[in-house]
Design a protein around this ligand. Structure first.
Ligand code: ACO
Length: 336
């Protein structure tokens, strides 16, 4: 059995910055409301007038940086894992698009559909493939184009103000030293709450014909909807459980955490967790202020920035934790 270790990280966000005040052109909202409830000051939204970014192409841009920093080439990658809730197409998923855009050999490409927990699930899957010796280098990507599918109106404001676009990527490689790299991953779900945070149509449960036939101006089924307070209450509990589970599986205490990277769902959730685990500011990385919630991309973007800023160093205990739609949640504990 081998361990797996991140050997390269990259991120990409669209150039177009949308501030809280910019959102007022579409909806009744305020900078004060958004900052107070979420901590978000601005996010990146693809501007289709000036950019041809897509979920896959952003993933590719982040991946190129990760591959270069890993000191490998695209031909050294054995497998691609792509996490998103906003694929370019209904099918096929983004993994094969990346394989094509990066001009990779005909290696396998897998898509992960676990929303905000997508990158945690993707890392865990990659780790298992490497542990068994099946693959040596795996490219793991989280990427989202939320802006194209959000309801830009006062009706949609409860969800729309939260989400941003972007991508993050990691190259995971075989590590022979069992004390380094991914030490554990824990994954959970509770599908009973699937509809509390969901986008229901178009899907096989709600085909385009039905939506068009009904032609109901009050139909919001093709926009994401969220029972915000319900999700918030579950998030704080599940984040904590996932972190505790990861720490105890490795006989670690909360004092041992050098860097916690929570999925960037809401700054208030991160702050709650920080307080609960009695962590200093330098032990928790947040960038939701600048990017909003980028779902599957949020952890790899944050991890990349933390690493770029020299906040993640060799020997550090790094904990990643996420919670989101599904509900799904989980954690990954790594020794850098
Ligand atoms: N601007 C101004 N007012 C607003 C806005 C807005 N953007 N959005 C909602 N409001 C209003 C509402 O209409 C409501 O008004 P009312 O009291 O007159 O009816 C009031 O503000 C309160 O609305 P709530 O929805 O109760 O606001 P809440 O305090 O719950 O904050 C939020 C909403 C930020 C979404 C919060 O509930 C949250 O962060 N939830 C968890 C999000 C999360 O963790 N998601 C998981 C990951 S996402 C994924 O997996 C895809």
């Amino acid at each position: 059995m081998y361990n797996s270790r991140i050997i390269g990280l990259g991120k990409y966000v669209p150039e177009n910055v949308v501030t809280n005040n910019d959102l007022k052109q579409w909806m009744d909202t305020s900078d004060e409301w958004i900052q107070e409830r979420t901590g978000i000051k601005e996010r990146r939204w693809i501007d289709p007038e000036t950019s041809d970014d897509t979920t896959s192409s952003m993933g590719v841009k982040a991946a190129k940086i990760a591959i270069e920093r890993a000191g490998v080439t695209k031909d050294d990658i054995d497998f691609v894992i792509f996490a998103t809730l906003s694929p370019d197409m209904y099918f096929p998923g983004g993994g094969v698009r990346v394989q094509d855009m990066l001009d990779m050999p005909t290696i396998g490409a897998l898509d992960i559909r676990n929303q905000c927990s997508g990158f945690i699930y993707a890392l865990s899957v990659a780790d298992q493939f490497i542990k068994t010796g099946m693959y040596k280098n795996i490219l793991v990507i989280g990427s989202e184009n939320h802006s194209g599918g959000l309801e830009r109106s006062t009706r949609g404001r409860g969800v729309t103000v939260i989400f941003g676009d972007g991508a993050g990527a990691a190259v995971l490689a075989r590590e022979e030293d069992s004390t380094k790299g991914i030490l554990s991953s824990h994954l959970h779900s509770e599908g009973a709450h699937a509809k509390e945070l969901a986008l229901e149509g178009p899907s096989t449960g709600r085909w385009v014909d039905t939506i068009m036939e009904e032609n109901d101006p009050d139909d919001t089924s093709y926009y994401p909807h969220m029972n915000g307070q319900f999700v918030f209450k579950h998030a704080v509990v599940r984040f904590s459980e996932a972190i505790i589970e990861g720490l105890s599986a490795n006989n670690l205490k909360k004092e041992d955490i050098d860097m916690l990277i929570p999925h960037q769902a809401n700054l208030r959730i991160s702050q709650f967790i920080q307080k609960k685990f009695n962590l200093r500011d330098d032990q928790v990385y947040n960038n939701i202020m600048r990017y909003g919630n980028t779902t599957a991309a949020s952890i790899p973007i944050a991890l990349t920035e933390a690493w770029e800023e020299g906040k993640v160093n060799e020997g550090d205990t790094v904990v990643l934790a996420a919670f989101g739609s599904g509900f799904t949640w989980g954690s990954v504990v790594m020794r850098w």
